[in-house]
Design a protein around this ligand. Structure first.
Ligand code: PLP
Length: 388
């Protein structure tokens, strides 16, 4: 008998009713750090939880199935997942990354580059000339983040993957902002998909975790080996919680997507707002590509206030319902000021080059009633008009 094919069913039911010990409907958590050998030189399926653990493997298999990959490795954070992909590179390898990626990704790539572990360049991946010039340098890896954090820029995964492959490069896509519920980069040519599962996949802001999915079993084996070697594998308890969160991913993100669309239109009509970055708006430069490669626009957006940093601080002091905090993708709505929070480590020059201004605010839309979210934003915006 074949299993379910609809992704929503896979997310809701992966591993359900598979327990052979007690017939538990919910897969039991296995916290043991070590496992018995059945005899001398006879390990069982698992021997030690750094190298393999049933609860962690179940989460990895669930995400890999949703992404359409051959398998996955669960790591202790999104950064650890990205670093795991980078473990496969060495001196002489070049990484081509987006100039406006998540600040932590930028920092990781820049620091490893500065240590001579590989070379890395940051480019605008929508600039055809910059992409061609970068690919002519024969990179080993093209790292993509779409939509990008925090400017929600869209990169055409299929087109860039084809170009990268033609030059012998592999492609890794950070799918944190949409999750496999709304975007499946492997169906568009990506070799690796990475997630901060801290965000939508867990969805409840109570676990820090990450996962890498690879398209081929060979790459899965290489990643597993590196994960065991460096010890970046995630904790079983975190995997248990993340699998629990994953079961409701689809209905959560659908609701967040609906509210974000209403919020984007609301913000677009406000005099205090200079620009709204939301791929669901026809005015967004990546709208057509997003429509083609995504099955929804997601629950993330950012916007720029006319009066810059002063207005941003007034807004965050007065806004209701949205809490001032880093992270995203949880059931609760959050507002972040990238220049002083998530993207502080990039430094002012790199931020300026990426277009991350001091008046930019990022919203992660939660599951509160849409009307309350709008009222909360209204309170924040009204406070900024006092400035004029
Ligand atoms: N990738 C993206 C797009 C992110 O937004 C983040 C964190 O905000 C990460 C990766 C890093 O994930 P973590 O915080 O789980 O290490």
């Amino acid at each position: 008998m074949t299993g379910p094919t609809e992704l929503e069913t896979i997310a809701a039911t992966f591993g359900i009713a598979t327990d052979t010990a007690f017939g538990a409907v919910t897969p039991p958590i296995v916290l043991s750090s070590t496992f018995t050998f059945s005899g001398f030189e006879h390990p069982r399926a698992y021997d030690y939880s750094r190298s393999g653990n049933p609860t962690r493997e179940m989460l990895a298999a669930a995400v890999a199935r949703l992404e359409g990959g051959a398998g996955g490795v669960v790591a202790s954070s999104g950064m650890a997942a990205i670093d795991l992909v980078l473990s496969t590179l060495g001196p002489g390898d070049l990484v081509v990354a987006p100039h406006d990626c998540y600040g932590g990704t930028y920092r990781l790539l820049a620091r490893r580059r500065d240590k001579g572990q590989f070379d890395a360049i940051f480019i605008d991946q929508n600039d055809g000339d910059a992409v061609s010039a970068a690919l002519h340098r024969k990179p080993s890896l093209v790292f993509v983040e779409t939509p990008s954090n925090p400017l929600m820029r869209i990169v055409d995964i299929q087109a860039l993957s084809a170009q990268a492959h033609a030059h012998g490069a592999r492609v890794a896509v950070d799918n944190t902002f949409l999750s496999p519920a709304l975007q499946r980069p492997m169906t568009l040519g990506a070799d690796f998909v990475v997630h901060s599962t801290t965000k939508y996949i867990n969805g409840h802001s109570d676990v820090v975790g990450g996962v890498v999915v690879a398209a081929t079993i060979r790459d899965v084996e290489i990643l597993r080996d590196w994960a065991n070697t460096t010890g970046v594998t995630g904790a079983p308890f975190d995997s248990f919680l993340t699998l629990r969160g994953l079961r409701t991913l689809f209905p959560r993100i659908r609701q967040q997507d609906n509210s974000a669309a209403v919020i984007a239109r609301f913000l677009e009509g406000r005099a205090e707002v200079k620009a709204v970055h939301y791929p669901g708006l026809p005015s967004h430069p990546g709208h057509e590509t997003a429509k083609r490669q995504q099955s929804g626009f997601g629950g993330m957006l950012s916007f720029e206030l006319r009066d810059g940093a002063v207005a941003a601080s007034q807004f965050v002091e007065a806004v209701k319902v949205f809490t001032l905090a880093e992270s995203l993708g949880g059931v609760e709505s959050l507002v972040a000021h990238p220049a002083t929070m998530t993207h502080l480590s990039m430094g002012p020059e790199a931020r300026q080059a990426a277009g991350i201004t001091d008046g930019l605010l990022r919203l992660s839309v939660g599951l509160e009633a849409t009307a309350d979210l709008i009222a909360g934003l209204e309170a924040g915006l009204s406070a900024t008009t006092d400035y004029e």
